[in-house]
Design a protein around this ligand. Structure first.
Ligand code: AMP
Length: 126
């Protein structure tokens, strides 16, 4: 499958420093920042610096170093937010909308970390 990356998407502009963001954590391969329209008291977006369109693109094409760094960053943010279920936090949800069916708005791979309130069941009825 050929993935076509649009380098004018808003997260690409954030990575190039063309528009501001509320950074939570940055590493060699990964950037995490607050969602501009939070859906929960804690709503952080985690994105790779590399040009990946969606989760499967990243998982299939990224280097081991990028994938390791991304996952470690997600874990570190959960710890920073204090939401780890086993550590007295209330838990959290990860969402990676990918493609049309999931209504992915920004075509740069990202994972949402949502926490800070009861999040309900996984999906609304179609
Ligand atoms: P998705 O539907 O999974 O593609 O979600 C894209 C998310 O990006 C939405 O939750 C938006 O609120 C968020 N978003 C869009 N523009 C910005 C921005 N400039 N800074 C932070 N978050 C943004």
């Amino acid at each position: 499958m050929a993935y076509e990356y649009d380098s004018e998407n808003i997260f690409a502009k954030i990575l190039r420093g063309e528009i501001p963001n509320s950074t939570v954590l940055e590493t060699e391969h990964t950037l995490a920042f607050r969602d501009i329209t939070p859906q929960a008291p804690e709503h952080v977006l985690v994105i790779p610096r590399g040009e990946y369109v969606c989760f499967d693109h990243f998982a299939l094409a990224a280097s081991d170093a990028e994938i390791l760094d991304f996952n470690r960053t997600v874990g570190k943010i959960c710890a920073m937010l204090g939401v780890q279920p086993g550590e007295g936090g209330g838990g959290y949800r990860l969402i990676a909308n990918s493609g049309e069916a999931a209504v992915q708005e920004v075509p740069h791979m990202h994972v949402h970390i949502l926490a800070g309130r009861p999040l309900g069941r996984m999906l609304n009825p179609a």
